[in-house]
Structures are given as structure tokens and as C-alpha cells.
Design a binder for this molecule. Structure first.
Ligand code: FPP
Length: 239
């Protein structure tokens, strides 16, 4: 009899939460926590190939995060620029293809140029696909996708009669990605905060108490092991 071997997730998406609390617990400013968080991004990206995770999508900055103080927002933008500059070479040599999702219109030109360059630099890599969400919101993404779709209808390139649930994903920022199998949120909060709303329809969710800067590759491995014990039925009943 064929054995029911459960495979690990191919696409993991992570809401990296808890940097601020991690810093506060150490009596340090919030940005100290974000810097520690950026080092964890590096660790987790490096852990993916051994864990069989081909696609990793990280929520770095939401469309709502602009409401934070100017100091924190500016610090995060600087951190993203530094991350790209510092990590580019290793990402390239480690076979990581990097892409960004979110609305770039509100981002400063320097950051957008670095994002474009990193996407181009790593475009031939295929070992691991890292997608970083900056100025990303699920509702905003669906609204922007709908606008493009409506434009195609108006231009006669798309017949409304042919629109189905496979049409919209082609207009989403994530059109190059499979849907996530597993969405992880750190820091004990159990909400999805506008992340990958359409794409996560059948994702498994894991809400864990660990703060993002404490999310080591060992914690990651434990979460992935837990995923394998789950029974994914996609709406069907077990045979
Ligand atoms: C949420 O934690 C975290 C963020 C809004 C920023 C995420 C950014 C990073 C992990 C660093 C850099 C990332 C990349 C890709 C280079 P929070 O600050 O809201 O935590 P809190 O709820 O404890 O305040």
C-alpha cells in the first residue's frame, strides 16, 4: 500500500512581527530591533534550501506602516537600502532570486533603483526565490490589479465573459509565484494584517509566540516539521 508521505511547504510566507518589543525588552530603540530582524532574514533565507523551501515571501513594510513615526519609517527605508547593498553579492552566489512586491510609487528613487538592480542581478537564479513585500497591502494589491484588469477590458484585450478565478492572479504583484502553503506570524499576534489576502485562500497558518529577532533556523525547522503533520484537504473529504 502506498505510504502517505507528507511533504513540507514549497512556499512559506512570513509576517515578521515583534522587532519593537524585542528592542524594548532590552531598553533599546525600536530600530535596534529592526536591525536584529534584518539579520534573521539572512539566516532564514540561508536555511530554505536545506528545508526544501523553494519560495520565501517576507512582509517587510505594509501600506499601513507609514503611520509610524518619521524616525522609524526613515530608519526602516535606510535599513532596506543597506540590506540590499550588503546582501546582494551573497544572495547572487547562493542562488537566490530576489523580487519585490508592493506599490513602488511611494518609495524613494534610491531604494527603487536598488530594488530594480537586485532583481536584475539575481534574475538567472533558481535555487530559492525570495520575495520581499515593501509598501505592500493585500487590498491595495487587489485594487491595483483590478484597475489593470479593467483597463485591459476597456482596451478590448480582455473579454469580461472570460473572467474567472484564474484571471485576477495574473494581474497581482505575485503573478510569478505559486500560492503560499504556509503563512507564519511571529510575536503571538493572531491576525493576517492585509498580507497575501487572495493568495492565502488555502494556506495553513502558524501563529507563534517567538519574537522575530529570536526566530532562529531551529525554530523555523520546528514550524516546518509541524506543517507536515497537518492534513490539507483543500475542501475535499479524505478518501
Ligand atoms: C513588525 O514588528 C516589523 C516591521 C514592520 C518591520 C519588518 C522589518 C524587518 C524584519 C527588518 C528588515 C527586513 C528586510 C527584508 C531587510 P514591530 O516593529 O511592529 O514589532 P512590535 O509589534 O513588537 O512593535
Amino acid at each position: 500500500m502506498a505510504k502517505d508521505i507528507k511533504t513540507g511547504p514549497k512556499h512559506v510566507a512570513i509576517i515578521m512581527d515583534g522587532n519593537g518589543r524585542w528592542a524594548q525588552m532590552r531598553g533599546r530603540p525600536r530600530l535596534f530591533g529592526h536591525h536584529a530582524g534584518a539579520r534573521r532574514v539572512r539566516d532564514i533565507v540561508e536555511a530554505c534550501p536545506d528545508q526544501g523551501v523553494k519560495y520565501l515571501t517576507m512582509f517587510a513594510f505594509s501600506t499601513e506602516n507609514w503611520k509610524r513615526t518619521q524616525t522609524e519609517v526613515a530608519g526602516l527605508m535606510k535599513l532596506f537600502r543597506r540590506y540590499i547593498q550588503r546582501e546582494a553579492r551573497d544572495l547572487l552566489s547562493n542562488g537566490v532570486r530576489v523580487r519585490f512586491i508592493g506599490d513602488r510609487v511611494r518609495l524613494d528613487d534610491k531604494l527603487v533603483n536598488l530594488m530594480d538592480e537586485l532583481e536584475l542581478l539575481t534574475s538567472q537564479n533558481d535555487k530559492c526565490h525570495l520575495t520581499i513585500a515593501i509598501n505592500y497591502g493585500g487590498r491595495d494589491e487587489v485594487a491595483r490589479a483590478t484597475k489593470r484588469l479593467a483597463y485591459d477590458v476597456a482596451q478590448g484585450r480582455l473579454d469580461p465573459k472570460n473572467i474567472n478565478d484564474e484571471t485576477l492572479p495574473k494581474y497581482l504583484d505575485t503573478c510569478f509565484l505559486p500560492d503560499p502553503d504556509l503563512v507564519i506570524r511571529t510575536s503571538g499576534e493572531a491576525r493576517i494584517s492585509n498580507f497575501l489576502l487572495w493568495q492565502s485562500a488555502y494556506a495553513e497558518y502558524e501563529f507563534i509566540d517567538t519574537l522575530w529577532p529570536d526566530f532562529t533556523p531551529d525554530v523555523f525547522a520546528d514550524v516546518l516539521a509541524g506543517f507536515k503533520t497537518r492534513d490539507r484537504r483543500f475542501g475535499a473529504v479524505k478518501a
